[in-house]
Design a protein around this ligand. Sequence first.
Ligand code: BDR
Ligand code: CA
Length: 313
Amino acid sequence: MGKRPIIIDTDPGQDDAMAILLALGSPELDVLGITCVAGNTRLPAVIRNARIICELANRPEVRIFAGCDRPMVRDLQTAEHVHGPTGLDGPQWDEPTMPVEEQHAVDWLVDTLLAAEEPITLCPIGPLTNIAMAMIREPLIIPKIKEVVSMGGGYFVGGNVTPAAEFNIYVDPHAADVVYRSGVPLVAMPLDVTHKALMTREWLADMGQIPGKLGHHIAAMLNYYQKFDIDRYDEYGGPVHDPATVAYLLRPELFSGKDCFVQIETQSEVTMGMTVVDYWGARGQDANCTWIHEVDADGFFALMLERISSLAA
Ligand code: BDR
Ligand code: CA
């Protein structure tokens, strides 16, 4: 069987970095490109961080595209208080040298999907601005998308940026609304599942043992990144949200959830960006999303260790 073509839409972010590394370390996947979006930090820093990660993986040929620098309607809210001033704090990174493509990410998404002979999987792990803008510009791309497997939302555990909303959806709820209404096959990897897989000290030590800069820098960035969550939730370790999307593509049997009808709140300031999940089918509407809420955490962490280790030079 051929490789599965995917596009990662991202705002790195240490956990985005892990998703990119997991994808690049997995021979089943063909990463056609990485599209950058403002989110965890502003767009120029996001692009720098995506380049840093591809170079860390020894994959400077990966195509990186600059996308939207702000949400569709609301002002940009970033998360340097979690990810650090650069968005990717922890180790001392070398300045990246690999190029950025000239074409805008939204144009490239449209062109690539329209030209695709085989449907492409999208993995958005930041605000959904680029994906929604591409769908609005050219709705004919929707049938060319195999599925959207996205990190975002929270229902059973609530939000992480407000009591009601998770960061990626909160930053651009109007974009999320477009994607959730689009009819595209959608898998949501919300906080409900990512908070069931917390990094252990042993796993971080094993990641740190990956030879060379790769292991050292991963351990340094994850140790920095999990401080915020450990302080807030008083747990032994933090969640590493974004790679769950890529892990789902590789080993779907590690995850389970339920097909549900999900709506995005875009009106109320109090609950802005809330993912309203009709888990019990109270409204009798057709499901628009598979809402994941269970994970085999040991299997997930073992998969990351195995695949990312394979990137060591
Ligand atoms: C999501 O928000 C970002 O801070 C992380 O990178 C992740 O995509 C978690 O809410
Ligand atoms: Ca992210």
